[in-house]
Every structure is written in C-alpha cells, then in structure tokens.
Design a protein around this ligand. Structure first.
Ligand SMILES: [Zn+2]
Length: 213
C-alpha cells in the first residue's frame, strides 16, 4: 500500500478569506457557468499577491530588488528544518541560538499561529512574528529561506518594515502564510513554488513537506 507522506502546509484560497488589512480582498467568481448554460466553467480570480500561502520577493520592500520570477528554485526545493517556537509574542534571538542554525538552511517557524490564526476569516493582529533582532540574527547566520505561519514575517504593531528589510536585504527568500498545525518539529523535504509572475513583489504558492529523517 502506498501512503501519502506529503503534508500540504498551504492555506486554501477562497472568497472572503482573511487578508492583510490594507491588501485587496479575495474573490473567486464563476464568470462562465455550466449551470447557466455555458459550455464550460471558468472562474476569475481577484486577490493580492500576498494572500494565503505566498512568497515575498526582495522588490516587496526594496525599490531596486528582484522580482519573484527570478527566485532560484533551490531556495524552496530541498531540505528544511521546522523549529517550534514557544514564545507567544515573537521569535527572538535567545530562543533561536540553541538550534545552531547553519548557513544555507531553510527554516520554517511553527508558532501558536498555526493552530490559532487560521480558524477565523478575521485578521489576527497579535500573531507571532519575527522580531527585528531575530531577523538580523537569521541574516547573520546566512539562512537561505525563512517560512512563517501567518501573513507576515514582521509584526502588525511593530517590526513589520524592519524585519522585512533585514531578511530581504540579506537575500533571504520569505514564505508566509504556512499552516504547520499538522507538522512536528524536525527535518523535512520542502517543495514550495511561487507562481511565476514577472517582476512581482510576491506570489501565491503551494507548499508541501515530507519527513526526511
Ligand atoms: Zn511579507
């Protein structure tokens, strides 16, 4: 018997789902419909590129930065480490140091967001974020890719701009909007592929993990 060992850590896209407060709402609408006599069903998708599970490109916060279509595929295909964060407010350097994060690592942070924030279509303001100090620490460790389990690496009330600048400015690729509630801490194979949107500051992505140890 073949068992499915891939874990889908993506959030489903649907009309009315949560989005960042000043970003566009999500609408998926049938514009041709067999039920209405059309020969096929065809839907129109309207959403911000930072919706649901998505990636940020450097140009999201850096004027002359690269677009998402230039991302090397090795940034998001390969081994990744899921680290569980206990701090209910933010990810801080003190909690990260014992993990001895190495250059080139892909790190995904499982926080209390995964079990808490995706339960509602209302935006959760006090989600766990990467503090600007931890963002600079990750840049110093020269990680390749960082993933978080809500809509931004930085906080809603603080460190939004600073954390993005520290990570994107260091050439770190960012995955946001993961749901890691079904994932234990450990080493996984990661595949996360952002849509190839030319020059875009971000792109919706499908992300999956498979245990590697
Ligand atoms: Zn972001």
């Amino acid at each position: 018997m073949i068992t499915e060992d891939w874990i889908d850590v993506s959030v489903p896209l649907r009309t009315g789902m949560v989005h960042w407060p000043d970003n566009p709402p999500v609408s998926i609408e049938r514009v041709q419909d067999i039920e209405r006599g059309d020969v096929a069903n065809v839907s129109r998708l309207s959403l911000g590129v930072h919706t649901g599970t998505h990636m940020d490109a450097p140009v999201h916060f850096i004027r002359t930065g690269r677009g998402i279509d230039t991302m090397p595929l090795s940034a998001t295909i390969g081994l990744a480490r899921v680290i569980e964060i206990r701090d209910p407010e933010s990810i801080k350097p003190e909690e990260l140091r014992p993990y001895q994060i190495q250059p080139g690592e892909r790190i995904l942070f499982k926080t209390r967001n995964s079990a808490r924030c995706w339960q509602t279509d209302d935006f959760v303001e006090d989600f766990v974020y990467i503090s600007q100090e931890a963002a600079r620490y990750l840049a110093e460790q020269q990680v390749q890719t960082v993933g978080v389990d809500y809509l931004s690496v930085g906080g809603f009330f603080k460190d939004g701009v600073e954390t993005h600048h520290a990570l994107l400015g260091a050439g770190i690729w960012i995955i946001e909007g993961l749901n890691l509630s079904n994932v234990e801490p450990g080493i996984y194979e990661l595949i996360c592929l952002p849509l190839k949107i030319e020059g875009s500051d971000g792109a919706p992505s499908r992300a999956v993990l498979r245990p590697a140890e």
